[in-house]
Design a protein around this ligand. Structure first.
Ligand code: FUB
Length: 299
């Protein structure tokens, strides 16, 4: 497992945020699994000059206290994907899910050299949350527009839903029991205002929340909408993460030991939008279920 450490001359400050400082990480998808730990499945920014095409592997982080984070190592790289683009690269924002004793790792990746229209939603599985993932192919039947930023919600009744999208369209649909095929058609998520990318769906007190980044020029914010149904229609609720200083914004929301947290990224360490770092702040809700603006802490 090779880690590309952060060169010392990139490090401008040391603080609680960013929370992950051993390598550059972005697009955190956080999950509290049944082993009592919280896990972050993140993208790995690797090269400032070439940027997102060189992102070719994923690391997972775990914590028992939301303060001390363990790099669980690399869990998948483009070389492991038999159906993937021969040149590799382009391992963008992932997500993970757990169902019936199996961990599912979802990742967007092109299948051909001419990468632009060839993205697929790959799936790897393991009996462990942070190791031994094996690629299982990709979800058939998806496509038509930006095949990036998967998010999978396993609802309280065991039904699972996948969301993805970018460039103004977000789609959602139900997965079959196997978690790697679609049950019916994907449909557009209706009611989101100024959707850009980074869909994330969670459930709190019976209400579904869909968070996403918007199109504010070069400094995307994160907005959210709510619904009583996992596939909408959605009611737009507002902005809850102001710009982080980074040209992209991407995050997830998870509950851990009775508190809610916002996981996101900024470029505080590198000052470069292609070398991002995962941050964490507590997330607070109002009595009516609306989300308070995240206070982005630095110490
Ligand atoms: O990390 C690559 C891409 O940048 C993600 O897929 C987007 O959400 C943006 O964060």
């Amino acid at each position: 497992m090779s880690n590309k450490g952060i060169p010392a001359d990139f490090i401008k400050k040391t603080s609680q945020n960013p929370a992950i400082t051993t390598i550059f990480t972005a697009d955190p998808s956080a999950h509290a699994w049944e082993d009592g730990k919280v896990y972050i499945y993140a993208s790995h920014d690797m090269d400032p000059a070439r940027g997102c095409d060189l992102m070719d592997r994923y690391h997972v982080y775990s914590s028992e206290d939301m303060v001390n984070w363990v790099d669980e190592g690399e869990i998948l790289r483009s070389d492991d994907v038999a159906w993937g683009r021969p040149e590799g690269g382009f391992m963008w924002a992932p997500d993970a899910a757990f169902k019936n004793g199996t961990y599912y790792f979802y990742y967007p990746h092109p299948s051909e050299s001419a990468w632009n229209d060839t993205w697929k939603m790959g799936v790897a599985t393991s009996s462990k949350p942070a190791s031994d993932f094996t690629d299982q192919g990709y979800i058939e039947g998806l496509g038509g527009f930006a095949m990036i930023d998967p998010c999978v919600l396993v609802d309280d009744d065991g039904r699972a839903y996948m969301y993805y999208g970018g460039g103004s369209r977000c789609a959602g649909g139900e997965l079959n029991e196997d978690m790697i095929s679609l049950k019916g058609e994907m449909r557009d998520m209706v009611g989101l205002e100024d959707f850009h990318e980074a869909a994330w769906v969670f459930k709190r007190n019976g209400l579904y929340y869909l968070t996403y980044s918007d199109n504010l020029d070069n400094l995307n914010r994160m907005r959210y909408a709510t619904s009583s149904n996992p596939l909408g229609p959605w009611t737009y609720r507002g902005i809850f993460l102001e710009p982080t200083g980074c040209s992209t914004s991407h995050g997830s929301v998870a509950e851990f030991k009775g508190k809610w947290y916002m996981f996101y990224h900024n470029q505080a360490i590198s000052d470069q939008g292609n070398l991002r770092s995962v941050c964490i702040d507590e997330l607070f809700f109002n009595e009516d279920g609306t989300i308070r603006t995240v206070a982005q802490t630095t110490e």
